[in-house]
Write a protein that binds this ligand. Structure first.
Ligand code: FO1
Length: 327
């Protein structure tokens, strides 16, 4: 029997790619993707949700493949015109991408929740799986550095991840609540997948919301390591780990998620760490995890679903590709 209720948790590019792989293997209504909103920020008065957009564009097949974020075939006329007007131009918003930010901000101004707005955008873009922001409240990831705290996008884009990381703070965590839709999806999940996103700034904001980690613990759940042979496929995860005094590698990712998930998918390059990770009480599956192109995403998704089936202790699940429904 195929899975009918899989919940994936994702940040930006790596998470979006595995979500797309899962979408190729599951019926659209069988997949819910819960997305980090800790990277969200205000840009020229508009609300930008970079991880939500990366997931939406990737599931819609309209992402900029080279960058992983932003839209394919975008142009930069607005940004070019903004410079001489004295506006900040370090965050590269393309013209087509801007349309998403305008529409989202308009609907938020009208009083719709981020969950509702995301549903509208997903439908408009032809995205089949359900995409949920982790919360409708404001929670912002702040990066703690020796220079002081900074907004995530200031650290990530403006400063190109150069400042040394001392820690992270999720501003708003005292009051933010996971949305009802997120809590319900987790309660009914047959399998929870922590996608290969940055553990500290993409997945931890989601897992830190009240009620989320407990629900994940109570379901069959696995994580996919974003670190291959000591390096991050994309982004600053490995650099952050070194600066936090941790050794970048699959065992450290295992330590981070032990107690939350029961299984870890690691790259075949890290298969030598299997025994060390198993000693932490986790089950391990080694597989090629680089996700080259849509077929590489689907291949990793099949491994994840097969392993998930084993963790769920169920009978064999058919995890073969299904014909794609949307673009
Ligand atoms: N990342 C960059 O490295 N530089 C950019 O100028 C940039 C612009 C941008 C615009 C829209 C969007 O949705 C994402 C954008 N990103 C950019 C990516 C974003 O900062 C990161 O993907 C995440 O926040 C980390 O997951």
């Amino acid at each position: 029997m195929p899975f009918t209720r899989v919940v994936a948790m994702a940040g930006g590019v790596g998470g979006a790619r595995l979500a797309h792989g899962l979408a190729q293997c599951l019926a659209a209504e069988a997949l819910t993707v819960i997305v980090n909103t800790g990277d969200d920020f205000e840009w020229l008065g508009l609300t930008l949700c970079p991880d939500l957009d990366t997931v939406l564009y990737t599931l819609a097949g309209i992402e900029n493949r080279k960058q992983g974020w932003g839209r394919a075939r975008d142009t930069g006329h607005v940004l070019e015109a903004l410079g001489p007007l004295g506006a900040p131009t370090w965050f590269h918003v393309g013209d087509r991408d801007l349309a998403t930010h305008l529409r989202r901000s308009e609907l938020l101004w009208k009083g719709y929740s981020l969950t509702e707005v995301t549903r509208v955008l997903a439908q408009a873009l032809g995205v089949g799986p359900r995409v949920l922001p982790m919360t409708d409240d404001e929670l912002r990831t702040r990066v703690v550095t020796p220079e002081g705290e900074m907004d995530f996008q200031e650290y990530f884009v403006k400063r190109a991840c150069e400042p040394r990381v001392v820690g992270f703070r999720f501003e708003g965590l005292e009051t933010a609540q996971a949305s009802q839709a997120v809590l319900e999806a987790l309660e009914h999940a047959e399998l929870v997948v922590l996608c290969p996103s940055n553990p500290y700034v993409s997945l931890d904001p989601i897992l830190s919301l009240p009620g989320i980690r407990e629900r994940v613990r109570n379901r069959p759940a696995l994580a996919v390591s974003p670190i291959i042979a000591g390096a991050a496929v994309k982004g600053p995860a490995a650099k952050m780990m070194r600066e936090l005094g941790l050794e970048p590698g699959a065992p450290e990712i295992a330590r981070h998620f032990a107690g939350t998930v029961q299984g870890l998918v690691i790259d075949t390059a890290d298969a030598g760490s299997t025994a060390e990770i198993e000693a932490m009480g986790l089950r391990v599956r080694a597989a090629p995890s680089l996700m080259r192109g849509p077929s590489g995403r689907a291949a990793l998704a099949r491994v994840v679903l097969d392993f998930g089936q084993e963790l769920a202790g169920g009978v064999h699940v058919d995890v073969g590709d299904r014909p794609r429904q949307a673009a």
